[in-house]
Design a binder for this molecule. Structure first.
Ligand SMILES: [Zn+2]
Length: 344
């Protein structure tokens, strides 16, 4: 089968257009013909290499996958050939204490398509039956592929970690990112008041279209001063963080008493300061979040399949232009998801 193969870490030019053997199915696995695969910043990090992290090279990238089921293993009972599906990006052992408690994203063997096993930048991918979600007929593969990773991440941040309640005030940093785009919509769906930040006029307008009640230009305005103004000096209940060192102090300053900052990333730097006086006296919480559970993926996709949450697709590239797609995502010009579609 055709595949984009990562033999060694580096820039976009290391993505090799090659051939790999078609996956050999285990009895509990299904073979999916990939019709669309969304990019995530994770693809860029894995391609470039992450200090201290090991990836099994050669590797096929791509965590967000939608396609058609071609064949199923003999132990599969639910999934049938011909089904239009998307795949859970996360995979786990299904039998450890974390997994059977419903916390599969805490499994020691938890991994993702495109990081620990071959992902969707190929003609075919094999997946365990539990990871397969049939999609509605009217949902395009490009849109379906744009959903799982970011909507799952945002859902786990807001509900699994920050215990968001209807009506609370939420600050979403970088609404143009995949996680930001998802978090704005989810918070809005649960009748929260949403303040979103973005980096230019066009993105601010799109954030308002998505359902943000207020927007802040994070390059030209002081985030916490604006939050204080909008909330009458109170601050927000939840901050959705994934920017890191560049925004962390402003995120903490934006937080109300009893508020929670939840973070799933630190693209601008890992290290920051924390003034413990405010943390304890205002009874605030700092929460880490990574992906989400399979149960949460079922819950959030229900809203996507009903059309109540909409993955925003910024641009679709043919997979022949995979390096261009990586470069485009690196520029951060996009609003929402960048998707690649495989060979015709
Ligand atoms: Zn496990």
């Amino acid at each position: 089968m055709k595949a984009i193969v990562l033999d060694a870490h580096g820039g976009p030019q290391v993505l090799r257009h090659g051939e790999l053997p078609e996956p050999v199915l285990k009895p509990d696995q299904v073979l999916v013909r990939v019709r669309a695969c969304a990019l995530n910043h994770l693809d860029l990090w894995v391609r470039g290499g992450i200090p201290g992290a090991h990836f099994p090279l050669p590797l096929v990238l791509g965590s967000d996958i939608a396609g058609e089921v071609v064949r199923v293993g003999e132990l599969c009972t639910r999934v049938k050939p011909g089904m239009r599906v998307l795949l859970s990006p996360g995979l786990s052992c299904r039998q450890c204490a974390a997994c059977v408690s419903g916390n599969d994203n805490l499994c020691r063997l938890y991994t993702l398509f495109g990081t620990g096993v071959n992902g969707g930048n190929a003609e075919f991918v094999s997946a365990p039956e539990y990871a397969v979600f049939p999609i509605p007929d009217q949902l395009a593969f490009e849109v379906a592929a744009a959903a799982p990773l970011v909507f799952l991440t945002a859902w786990h941040m807001l509900f699994g970690r920050a215990k968001l309640e209807p009506g609370e005030d939420v600050l979403v940093l970088a609404a143009s990112s995949g996680v930001g785009m998802a978090a704005v919509q989810i918070a809005r769906l649960f009748h929260c008041r949403v303040i979103a930040t973005a980096g230019d006029e066009a993105k601010l307008a799109k954030a308002l279209d998505l359902g943000a009640d207020f927007v802040i230009d994070h390059y030209r305005q002081d985030i916490s001063a604006e939050v204080k103004r909008i909330t009458g000096k109170r601050g927000v209940d939840v901050v959705v963080e994934h920017v890191g060192a560049a925004t962390w102090p402003k995120s903490m300053e934006s937080l109300a008493a009893g508020g929670r900052v939840v973070t799933c990333g630190a693209t601008t730097g890992y290290e920051t300061a924390l003034d413990l006086r405010y943390l304890f006296s205002k009874q605030q919480a700092v929460l880490g979040s990574y992906m989400g559970t399979l149960g949460e993926l079922h819950r959030v996709l229900k809203f996507v399949f009903r059309g109540q949450l909409t993955p925003v697709v910024d641009k679709v590239f043919p997979i022949s232009e995979i390096a261009e797609a990586h470069r485009y995502l690196e520029t951060r010009k996009q609003f929402g998801k960048v998707v690649v579609v495989p060979w015709p």
